[in-house]
Design a protein around this ligand. Structure first.
Ligand code: PHE
Length: 452
C-alpha cells in the first residue's frame, strides 16, 4: 500500500515538547485539582500515583510503540500490525475516535471558561478572595447558554485553525513556547499559597491520606485520571508515536513526559489546596474549584491582576496543545483512510465536536435536565470517556501487545532495532502489559462500576 507523504516531528526535542504538550493541559490545572478535592485528597492522590506508574506508563510505552511501528493513524495501525483475519483489533482505533470526540465535547467547554476568565481577570471582576462572590461569577458564566456556546465555538475555531497548518508546524511551534512559562507561574502561585495564614490544613489534605475514603468508585476515577492525564487508551499517543523519529528512545521519552506531567499536576495541587483552606472554599466544589481558588491566590499578591491574566492566557495555550492532540486522532483517521485531506478532515471533526459539544456546554442551563444515569451531558461525556473508554482501550492495547504482537517484535521496536540496550526494561514492560496491567485495569473497572 502506498502511503501519502506523512508529516513528522522534526527533532528529538520537538517530539518531547509536543508529547508533553498533549499530556499537560486542563487535566493538570483543572481536572486533577477538582477530582482530588472531591475524592477526599491525599488517598486519591496516592492511588492516582500508583495508577500512573503501574498502569499508565506501560500502556503509554506500548501504545506509542505501535504507532511508530506502523506509522499510521489509530485505525490503520491495527489493520497493519494485527495478523490477517483479526481485523477486529481496528475497533480499538474506532473507540479512540469516539473517545476523542467525547473528550473534546466537554474539554472545549472548560477551555471556553478559561478564555472567558482571561477577560474577567483583566477587568478585575474575579479579583476576590470571597467564596460567595467567586462562586457567583462562575455560576453566572456557566448558566448563561449563549456565552457558554459562543466561548466553546471560539475555542474550536482557534484550535481548528491551528490544526489545519499541519503537524510539525502547528503543534510543535505552539507547544515549544509555552511550557516553561506556565511552570514558573505555578511556582510563584505555590509560594504565595503556602505562605497564606491557615495554609497547613490544605497541605495535609493533599498529602496525608485517609484510607477510608478510597472506595471502588474513587479507584476508578483515579485510574481514569491517569489515562486522561497521559493521553492514553484512545490513540493519541499512538498517533503521536507515528510521527516519532526512528531513533527516538520511546521508554525514556514517555517516562520523562510522565514525570514532567506529574510535577505540573502536583504544583497545581500545591497552589490550590492551601488557598482552599485558607480562604474557606469548599474542597469538593468540583469543576468550579480552580476558577474560584486560583483568582483568590492571585488577588492576595502584589500585581495580582496582571499575573492572573497571564496565568489564564498560559492555561488557554496549554489547553490548545492537548486539544490539538485530541483532534489529531479523528483527523488522521479521516484524512488517511478516506483521502479527505487534512483541512477537510479537520473541518468535519470540528463540526462533529461542535454538535456533541453543545449539550455539554448547555449542561448548567438548557440541557441541565438531559440526564442519563443522573449525569448531565458534561459529566456523562467525561465519565464515558475517562472512566470507561480509555481504560477499556488500555486493556485492549495491553492484550494486543502482550498476546498477539509478542515479545520479539516489542523488543525490536523498543530497542530501536537493537541499538538501545534495554532488554530487562522491555521484558518488564512485556510482563506488565501481558498480565498485571490489563488485570488491574479490569479489576478496577468492574469493581468501580459495581459489577462485583
Ligand atoms: N492529557 C490532556 C490533559 O490533561 C487531555 C488529553 C486526554 C489529551 C486524552 C489527549 C488525549 O489535559
Amino acid at each position: 500500500m502506498t502511503q501519502p507523504q506523512r508529516d513528522a516531528f522534526t527533532s528529538t526535542f520537538g517530539v518531547l515538547v509536543a508529547t508533553l504538550g498533549s499530556a499537560v493541559g486542563l487535566g493538570n490545572i483543572w481536572k486533577f485539582p477538582s477530582l482530588t478535592g472531591s475524592n477526599g485528597g491525599a488517598g486519591f492522590l496516592l492511588v492516582y500515583l500508583l495508577a500512573t506508574l503501574l498502569v499508565g506508563l506501560p500502556v503509554m510505552i506500548v501504545e506509542t510503540m505501535l504507532g511508530r511501528a506502523a506509522r499510521a493513524n489509530a485505525v490503520t495501525t491495527f489493520a497493519q500490525v494485527a495478523p490477517p483475519g483479526q481485523r477486529w483489533w481496528t475497533s480499538i482505533g474506532w473507540m479512540g475516535f469516539a473517545a476523542a470526540l467525547l473528550i473534546l465535547a466537554f474539554y472545549s467547554e472548560v477551555a471556553g471558561w478559561v478564555y472567558a476568565y482571561i477577560f474577567k481577570a483583566m477587568s478585575g471582576e474575579i479579583a476576590t478572595t470571597d467564596p460567595k462572590i467567586a462562586g457567583a461569577v462562575f455560576s453566572a458564566l456557566v448558566s448563561d447558554p449563549l456565552s457558554s456556546l459562543v466561548w466553546q465555538w471560539i475555542v474550536l475555531a482557534v484550535t481548528g485553525s491551528i490544526i489545519m497548518l499541519g503537524v510539525a508546524k502547528g503543534i510543535e511551534a505552539v507547544a515549544r513556547k509555552l511550557m516553561p512559562l506556565l511552570f514558573i507561574l505555578l511556582l510563584v502561585l505555590c509560594a504565595r499559597s503556602l505562605t497564606l495564614p491557615g495554609a497547613m490544613p490544605g497541605l495535609s489534605f493533599l498529602f496525608s491520606p485517609d484510607f477510608s475514603k478510597i472506595t471502588p468508585a474513587v479507584l476508578l476515577t483515579a485510574l481514569g485520571l491517569a489515562f486522561f492525564k497521559l493521553s492514553i487508551g484512545m490513540g493519541t499517543m499512538l498517533t503521536y508515536g507515528s510521527y516519532f523519529r526512528a531513533d527516538q528512545n520511546i521508554p525514556l521519552t514517555t517516562a520523562r513526559v510522565m514525570l514532567a506531567d506529574l510535577s505540573v499536576s502536583l504544583l497545581a495541587g500545591i497552589a490550590i489546596f492551601p488557598a482552599v483552606f485558607a480562604f474557606g472554599f469548599e474542597p469538593a466544589a468540583g469543576p468550579s474549584l480552580v476558577f474560584m481558588t486560583i483568582p483568590a491566590v492571585f488577588t492576595a499578591m502584589p500585581g495580582g491582576t496582571f499575573f492572573m491574566t497571564i496565568f489564564f492566557v498560559l492555561t488557554a495555550i496549554a489547553s490548545v496543545g492537548a486539544m490539538l492532540s485530541l483532534l489529531e486522532v479523528p483527523v488522521a483517521i479521516l484524512a488517511e483512510r478516506y483521502g479527505l485531506g487534512r483541512k477537510r478532515a479537520a473541518l468535519y471533526t470540528i463540526f462533529m465536536v461542535a454538535l456533541l459539544g453543545a449539550p455539554a456546554a448547555l449542561s448548567s442551563s438548557l440541557a441541565a435536565d438531559w440526564t442519563v444515569f443522573a449525569l448531565k451531558p458534561f459529566d456523562l461525556f467525561d465519565f464515558l470517556s475517562s472512566n470507561i473508554l480509555l481504560p477499556l482501550g488500555g486493556i485492549l492495547i495491553c492484550l494486543f501487545v502482550g498476546w498477539v504482537y509478542g515479545l520479539p517484535e516489542l523488543e525490536k521496536q523498543l530497542s530501536n532495532g537493537g541499538k538501545l540496550h534495554n532488554r530487562t526494561l522491555v521484558r518488564t514492560v512485556f510482563f506488565l502489559v501481558r498480565y498485571l496491567t490489563p488485570l488491574s485495569i479490569a479489576a478496577v473497572l468492574l469493581h468501580g462500576l459495581g459489577v462485583f
